[in-house]
Design a protein. Structure first.
Length: 293
């Protein structure tokens, strides 16, 4: 619903490994006055890392997977990127500019190509001042939006490229009823295959356990997965995952004895209805999320 014609799909190069401690401390001091808290965070940042028999003190970055790392990333990039993009948008852009960021992952939508190219060049210079850099191989400028398909067809080009963000592949699609532009989001194929492989491994390792014990755990795993990925337009992909899990569970239960064929789909249906969650949509469209009726 926004005026977006170009997408900057950016990727920070080794952000959690190159985060500058001095700049991080300065940003924290801007909002935190308690020196004890600052010392605690600084000590956590500079904690020694054990590498075999040797230990070395960290002078850059923050441990990936640490509970506080995403929080520090938000603070660092709030000052380095978010506030700076707002100033750039007011002073230099000719059209609309939007930014969406989660921790170190972000995309920027621009109305005009000149703004997108100028902003991308300015971001590289901005990051260089704070010891950061973009991954040139993964960072790209994409024509994307309501008129991207039409404009590219007039120039004799193929359909618009897609981009991945926060676990979803974003595609320039069309509504089946009206034929108008519609942003479609699907689970990234690579992520879906990896998740399905982990679930199958869990079912295989639970071949000796009660189907009810395995079913309870499967219910927790799939409910958490569907709570994130069950969005409008993605039902087919998560439905495929649900079907594959049920098929593999049936094959595993049949291997439990030499008379495996006695365990039929009818018997599995009761377990599926009891433990496997449905793939109903759990989220509205983004433009309907904050609508008050």
């Amino acid at each position: 619903m926004k005026k977006v014609g170009w997408i900057i799909d950016a990727d920070l190069k080794a952000f959690f490994d190159t985060l500058n401690h001095d700049w991080m401390t300065r940003f924290l001091e801007h909002r935190i006055a308690d020196r004890r808290v600052l010392r605690l965070i600084k000590g956590w940042l500079t904690a020694k890392v054990q590498d075999g028999k040797q230990s070395q003190k960290s002078s850059l970055g923050t441990p990936q997977g640490g509970v506080i790392s995403p929080l520090l990333a938000n603070i660092y990039l709030h000052y380095v990127l978010d506030l700076w993009v707002q100033q750039w948008r007011k002073r230099r852009s000719c059209g609309d500019v939007y930014i969406v960021r989660y921790a170190d992952d972000f995309i920027i939508g621009c109305q005009y190509r000149d703004d997108a190219e100028g902003l991308l060049h300015a971001i590289k210079q901005r990051f260089a001042k704070f010891a950061l850099s973009l991954n040139e191989q993964k960072t790209k400028l994409i024509e994307f939006g309501r008129f991207a398909r039409q404009n590219r067809a007039q120039r004799g080009q193929s359909k618009p490229d897609t981009f991945d963000f926060l676990g979803f592949t974003h595609v320039c699609g069309e509504a089946l009823s009206s034929g108008k532009f519609m942003l479609k989001r699907y689970t990234i194929k690579k992520k879906a295959r990896a998740f399905l492989a982990r679930v199958k491994l869990f079912i295989r390792n639970g071949i000796c356990y009660s189907p009810y014990a395995v079913g309870n755990k499967l219910k927790q795993i799939l409910t958490g997965y569907f709570n994130y990925f069950a969005i409008p337009g993605n039902q087919a992909r998560i439905g495929m995952i649900r079907t594959e899990v049920c098929k593999y569970w049936l094959r595993t239960l049949r291997r439990r004895s030499q008379k495996g064929r006695t365990f039929s789909w009818r018997r599995l249906k009761g377990l599926v209805m009891l433990f496997i969650p449905h793939t109903r949509v759990r989220h509205p469209y983004p433009n309907q999320r904050l609508v008050v009726k």
